[in-house]
Design a protein around this ligand. Structure first.
Ligand SMILES: Nc1ncnc2c1ncn2[C@@H]1O[C@H](COP(=O)(O)OP(=O)(O)OP(=O)(O)O)[C@@H](O)[C@H]1O
Length: 408
């Protein structure tokens, strides 16, 4: 159908139900949602015209903020299509959905007053290359380096995480540098992510052979770990935060290629200053980069990450096996975050070594949630922390459907 530039996605989006559209996205990836036909209409414009409101949510979960700025040849965005008299189904429900979703996006933009590029103005690779930046204040320290608030020579105020990678005696510095550079290149797609529950990555630089600086949107808030502060959260808050984390994971996992976080835990989830919005940070970039250096040094390929949140299949990986981070290992770690929200403590709080953790999980599986939590939350938690990876995968799909139904 190249001549008329119509794809299966356009036909699927013109139907009054969205099952075909969902199936196509699952099989072929979300990029096809933004292919224009000869009128410049993309699947999202047609869904806004013909399909129920949950299609808008579905598309939003795939391409997030982008869906509001896509224009057809008449200059219409999907919002304009909903407002037009061509929209004959669910018009008021779609209007309500748009007006509740757009403020979320506003909140995900870089802070006002900074000249950080907005989702609309930044190129796919983020802002122009940064030559220099000055630290304004230290925000905190992690295992590999520190996070500063910085101001760049391009006038951007943002957060910069400096990662100093462990170079071993005998490593060839130029080869390490090249290897790290290669790893960074494969992570450039992080700068394309746009989602209200995912920190905006602006740029990744390598100022020295074994030093990487990751520039991000500067967040005002505190980690979920500090928000929990060893005290269980109420169930409504747990559900709300879990839903936001699921939406972020769903968005990341349905990228092509999928983005795996690799280090979901309560210190890598930020609760913004309004105490309602949460955002994922960090993306295990240090894990990925350190692995590229470990690979150079022929040292261990054991999985890195936060021990208490590590999926059983990662713990089982010996030095000779390759470590398989996956959507399912992210779901397990997410389940562990639910445990911490519900109990106030990290799961497996006494685990000290990988072997100890592996034995513990083998014997007992994930710990039970404390009494007093609803059967629904128990069920949700046990799906996420199922030992069987396929059950965890199914759990994510189920959550997606339940959240969509709840929103309707
Ligand atoms: N984009 C950001 N905006 C504001 N604060 C941030 C941002 N990213 C990280 N932080 C904060 O900076 C501090 C240090 O973060 P960092 O990620 O280095 O710690 P960490 O999770 O212990 O690190 P690692 O997992 O690499 O060992 C934390 O308090 C974190 O909440």
């Amino acid at each position: 159908k190249e001549k008329r530039k119509r794809t299966a996605f356009h036909f699927a989006a013109e139907k009054s139900d969205n099952s075909n559209l969902k199936w196509l996205v699952k099989e072929l990836g979300s990029d096809c949602l933004t292919v224009p036909d000869k009128y410049g209409n993309m699947a999202v414009h047609l869904a806004a015209q013909h399909q129920p409101v949950d299609s808008l949510q579905f598309i939003f979960d795939q391409i997030a903020a982008e869906m509001f700025s896509l224009k057809n040849n008449r200059g219409e965005t999907p919002t304009d299509v909903v407002e037009s008299n061509r929209c004959r189904t669910d018009q008021s429900a779609k209007r309500a959905w748009i007006s509740s979703t757009q403020p979320q996006l506003e909140a995900s933009r870089p802070p006002a007053g900074s000249s950080a590029p907005t989702a609309a103005s930044a190129g796919p690779e983020g802002p122009p290359l940064l030559e220099r930046w000055d630290a304004v204040r230290l925000i905190g320290r992690g295992a590999f380096g520190e996070v500063h608030e910085v101001r760049t020579d391009t006038g951007v105020t943002c957060a910069a995480k400096t990662l100093r990678l462990p170079v071993q005696l005998g490593d060839e510095l130029p080869s390490v540098s090249t290897e790290i550079h290669r790893a960074i290149e494969s992570e450039r797609n992080l700068c394309r992510l746009r989602h209200p529950n995912v920190v905006r990555f602006l740029h990744i630089a390598q100022p020295e052979p074994a030093t990487v600086v990751v520039f991000m949107e500067l967040l005002d808030g505190r980690s979920l770990e500090r928000f929990i502060d060893n005290k269980p959260l109420d169930e409504l808050t747990i559900r709300d935060f879990s839903e936001q984390i699921c939406r972020a994971l769903l968005y990341l996992h349905s990228r092509q290629p999928p983005v795996i976080h690799r280090d979901i835990n309560c210190s890598n989830i930020i609760v913004c200053a309004d105490n309602t919005r949460i955002k994922l940070i960090d993306f295990g970039l240090s894990i990925k980069l350190e692995q590229s250096v470990s690979h150079m040094s022929a040292s261990t390929q054991a999985p890195k990450g936060t021990l208490n949140f590590m999926a059983p299949e990662l713990l089982g990986a010996g030095e000779s096996d390759s470590v398989q981070y996956s959507r399912e290992s992210d779901i397990w770690a997410f389940g562990c975050s639910v445990f911490q929200m519900a109990s106030g403590a990290r799961p497996f709080a006494n685990a000290k070594s990988m072997l100890g953790m592996a034995k513990l999980i083998d014997r007992k599986g994930a710990p039970a949630l404390p009494d007093g939590r609803s059967a629904e939350l128990q069920d949700f938690y046990s799906r996420c922390t199922a030992m069987d990876r396929r059950r965890r995968k199914a759990a994510q799909e189920l959550l997606e459907q339940e959240f969509l139904r709840k929103n309707l």
